[in-house]
Design a protein around this ligand. Structure first.
Ligand code: FJE
Ligand code: FE
Length: 305
């Protein structure tokens, strides 16, 4: 069989066990997000806390707000976002760029439009294990031109985290995670291995595709989230583009933490007691929030939490 080694490795596709359409809702100040993971029907998909497809046009945005206990991954699809934090770390995330932010014990920052028109992207919130919730904050920023890409037989991948089609991302993921941006030309087929026991989902950005079973694929189009089966044999994802237009989707997988989750907005810990302590820390500017006392972003607006 003339198959590549890595695609041959997928013997049996994981199945689509649930499909959601992410509808627009208001978030931040005047911003619109299509939230799939994190809405009430799907509060948590271990280790993923939220997936927002955001759309923001000045003066709307996500002004000064804190985070603790997880990572945020911002992947820009169109336009640019200016980020500034209370340590003086500042920059723009442009189309195709990724910012992998490990909030750890605490970050206060703002995320605001940095270009004319509408800025679009995906923001994924990945939980941290109890062992890592209070780590030092850290950023990994990868410019679009430095994102590993590979192509094969009408399939193109941009590797945000993990590896695919022989291309590998330099991003270090505290919680083991894969994050792949696939584009399939009309007629193309994909077989992508997914580590055993990892939870994985697909979010469609553009076009229409078939996913999962070869005999009974589930059809999905833009703004739809597909949860993939975990256990029961599947060792990867199979996807097809039987349409006449390009199909673009992200495939994201992560190792489940299996820990209790206590969440108050942008604070995610294991217990209510830890959440109470976090609110105390934030209000008293201690244990990682010291610099929040005097810091304001350029916008000077606060989202609170
Ligand atoms: C936040 C409300 C928010 N999704 N997608 C409350 F809107 C936010 C927040 C974001 C956000 C930011 C970007 Cl750039 C993209 C997003 C929610 O900033 F953190 C809280 N607590
Ligand atoms: Fe944020």
């Amino acid at each position: 069989m003339p198959e590549r080694e890595d695609s041959y490795a997928v013997r049996d596709s994981r199945q689509v066990v649930k499909k959601f359409l992410a509808r627009p809702q208001h978030e931040g100040v005047g911003a619109i997000v299509r939230r799939s993971i994190g809405r009430f029907e799907l509060k948590y998909f271990d280790p993923f806390l939220a997936l927002d497809e955001f759309s923001v046009t000045a003066p709307a945005g996500f002004p000064d707000h804190p985070h603790r206990g997880f990572e945020t991954v911002t992947y820009m699809l169109q336009g640019a976002v200016l980020h500034e934090d209370f340590e003086g770390h500042k920059g723009t995330i442009g189309a195709g760029d990724v910012q992998w932010m490990t909030a750890g014990r605490g970050i206060v920052h703002s995320e605001m439009p940095a270009a004319q028109g509408t800025q679009k992207g995906l923001q994924l919130w990945i939980n941290l294990s109890s062992k890592h919730k209070m780590v030092e904050p850290r950023y990994q920023e990868i410019a679009s031109k430095d994102i590993a890409e590979a192509s094969n037989d009408g399939v193109k991948v941009r590797v945000i985290a993990g590896e695919a089609l022989g291309a590998k991302s330099p991003v270090y993921t505290v919680t083991p995670t894969m994050y792949l941006d696939f584009t399939l030309k009309p007629g193309a087929q994909l077989r992508q291995p997914i580590p055993a026991r990892w939870n994985a989902f697909v979010y469609v950005l553009e076009g229409e595709g078939g996913f999962g079973s070869a005999t009974k694929p589930v059809t999905a189009s833009a703004h739809q989230l597909l949860l993939l089966s975990n256990g029961g044999g599947g060792d990867g994802l199979e996807a097809w583009n039987k349409s006449l237009k390009p199909l673009r989707f992200v495939l994201v997988g992560g190792e489940p933490l299996g820990e209790p989750v206590a969440q108050l907005g942008p604070f995610v810990m294991n217990t209510e007691e830890e959440i109470d302590r976090t609110v105390d820390d934030f209000e008293n500017f201690v244990n990682g929030f010291e610099k929040a006392r005097h810091w304001r972003s350029e916008s000077g607006i606060s989202l609170g939490f």
